[in-house]
Design a protein around this ligand. Structure first.
Ligand code: ADP
Ligand code: G3P
Length: 501
């Protein structure tokens, strides 16, 4: 029987989603479900791994039944996931030994400070491509091992398994048969040598993590195993796996070096394909594995911006200047410019390229004539300015010219923002028809492994643009505005120290 669809499981930070794609890469059906965020202490974030699994299964079943699709119609399942989030479970019972520690959780920041003092910063960067930070999985595993009595002994005996969310889902989907992850997810653990493609023994020793608990690392597009017949009544190949930002890069068909995508959600994640070369950055960009495919891995540079759409939420929830995010577009267009106002949304410090945890949100340049429209416009523009900060650094550090930027995420519906972004970068900004690029990337990886699609070229031809924003503004004027933004950032930097001195 000819298979008609690929099912993508998109396990995100706040919701589990399941999306069915047909051969044209078009959405046949979509189901989603939010789940509980657990905040045991300020700065700590946890999820219940069982709820992750159950919500993911529910939406998978729902999308099939609501669209009258039989499991036998599926060519493959692709899995994509919130990255870095850490789960440890008992190999024999499948029971998690602790809640998942989520990527946003800062509980291991003091231990990272200790590692820094011990001089690990440079070797971690060299081996793993990452900055030494609580963001990544390694120190989270150590934290659980340190805090659950008897766990280290059990782990050493091979009774405990670690996985990022992809591994957790694959393990359950396969009925406990497959303990694996893909190269893109492994590269976010801070335990994986991204050049030699092995778990790094020196880092494992320092963190006291037995290698026996780590998943096997496989290509992003290959058959990992088959779903347990009890789940869907059929054995469906689990054939594509990638972290969500890398999956979005794939879904955006950024297959050539120098192609970049930016996801405008709560924050912004910009990734640029650098091909077989792993560029290292001296200014806080991350070097990451984009995917393992066709018998080799390809790399990407990544810039993480902490506040983007979240600043728009702040206008709505804290200031009450708007009722809906979409209103910002009209308000921004109601004024000619920001009237010299700049807003730096450093509410939680600044990420790439500044990495200043002492920076704080700042509004500069206000006069008696400043209106709420100016503030709203300055907020939207700040998203574009931060993106230019990262893009310029990427171009500089890689020596590659970025000819266009593919975009996705909630805020790309804002035409004003996208046009301003194109004006500011001086390159076309491209929004695809299928906005679910993360799920699409996972589906493509799974479909390629099972012959549903035959090549990347075939896939690239399916990528249709809904809109292409071309630079229209005067380059010199945009340069001036950007210069002023840089001055505004200087005002925001180091604020907490400046205040306490
Ligand atoms: N029209 C809009 N203009 C500006 N920002 C928007 C608009 N629509 C949504 N957003 C912002 O996009 C974000 C939601 O995007 P989404 O991709 O769902 O984020 P996430 O996956 O991080 O939850 C919110 O922070 C919201 O403020
Ligand atoms: O689940 P998202 O879309 O918020 O993405 C989270 C990232 O993978 C964290 O690195």
């Amino acid at each position: 029987m000819k298979k008609r669809y690929v099912l993508a499981l998109d396990q995100g930070t706040t919701s589990s989603r399941a999306i069915l794609f047909d051969w044209n890469g078009q959405i046949k059906g979509i189901a989603g479900q939010e789940f509980k965020q657990i905040y045991p202490q300020p700065g700590w974030v946890e999820h219940d791994p069982k709820e992750i699994w159950q919500s993911q299964m529910q939406v998978a079943r729902r999308v099939l039944s609501e669209n009258y699709v039989l499991p036998n119609d599926l060519a493959a399942i692709g899995v994509t996931n919130q990255r870095e989030t850490t789960i440890l479970w008992d190999k024999h019972t499948g029971e998690p030994v602790h809640h998942a520690i989520v990527w946003q959780c800062r509980r291991t920041a003091p231990f990272c400070e200790t590692l820094r003092e011990e001089g690990w910063t440079a070797s971690i960067r060299k081996k793993t491509g990452l900055v030494l930070d609580a963001y990544f999985s390694g120190t989270k595993i150590k934290w659980i091992m340190d805090h659950v009595p008897g766990l280290r002994e059990k782990a050493a005996a091979g009774d405990i398994l670690f996985g990022t969310v992809d591994s957790w889902l694959i393990w359950h989907l396969s009925g406990g048969k497959v303990h694996a992850t893909d190269f893109s997810n492994a590269s976010r653990t801070m335990l994986f040598n991204i050049h030699d493609l092995v778990w790094d023994q020196e880092i494992l020793d320092r963190l006291d993590i037995p290698e026996a608990m780590l998943p096997q690392v496989l290509p992003s597009s290959t058959v990992y195993g088959y779903t347990d017949r009890k789940l869907f009544g059929a054995e469906i190949p689990i054939a594509g796996v990638a972290g969500d930002q890398q999956a979005a890069l794939f879904g955006q068909t950024c297959f050539e070096t120098g192609m970049a995508k930016n996801t405008y959600g709560t924050g912004c994640f910009m990734l640029m394909n650098t091909g077989e070369k792993a560029f290292s950055s001296d200014h806080g960009l991350l070097t990451t594995i984009a995917w393992g495919l066709d018998h080799h891995v390809e790399y990407a540079l990544e810039g993480s911006i902490f506040m983007a759409g979240a600043a728009v939420q702040w206008l709505r929830d804290q200031l009450g200047l708007i009722q809906h995010a979409a209103q910002t577009e009209q308000m921004a267009q109601a004024v000619e410019d920001t009237g010299g106002v700049y807003l730096v949304p450093a509410f939680a410090g600044l990420g790439a390229p500044y990495w200043d945890m002492y920076a704080r949100g700042t509004i500069v340049g206000m006069t008696r004539g400043t209106s709420k429209e100016h503030i709203v416009r300055a907020t939207l523009e700040s998203i574009a300015y931060q993106t230019r900060d990262v893009l310029e650094l990427m171009a500089e550090e890689s020596g590659m010219e970025i000819k266009s930027l593919r975009v996705d995420g909630g805020a790309v519906q804002n035409d004003f923002l996208m046009q301003f972004q194109s004006d500011l970068l001086g390159v076309p900004v491209e929004r695809p028809v299928v906005a679910e690029t993360t799920a699409l990337g996972a589906a493509y990886l799974a479909g390629l492994a099972t012959g549903f699609w035959t090549s990347r070229q075939e896939i690239a031809e399916k990528c249709l643009l809904a809109k292409r924003y071309l630079p229209q503004a005067d380059e010199k004027k945009m340069g001036q505005l950007y210069g002023e933004w840089k001055r505004a950032v200087e005002k925001a930097k180091g604020w907490i120290i400046a205040r306490s001195e």
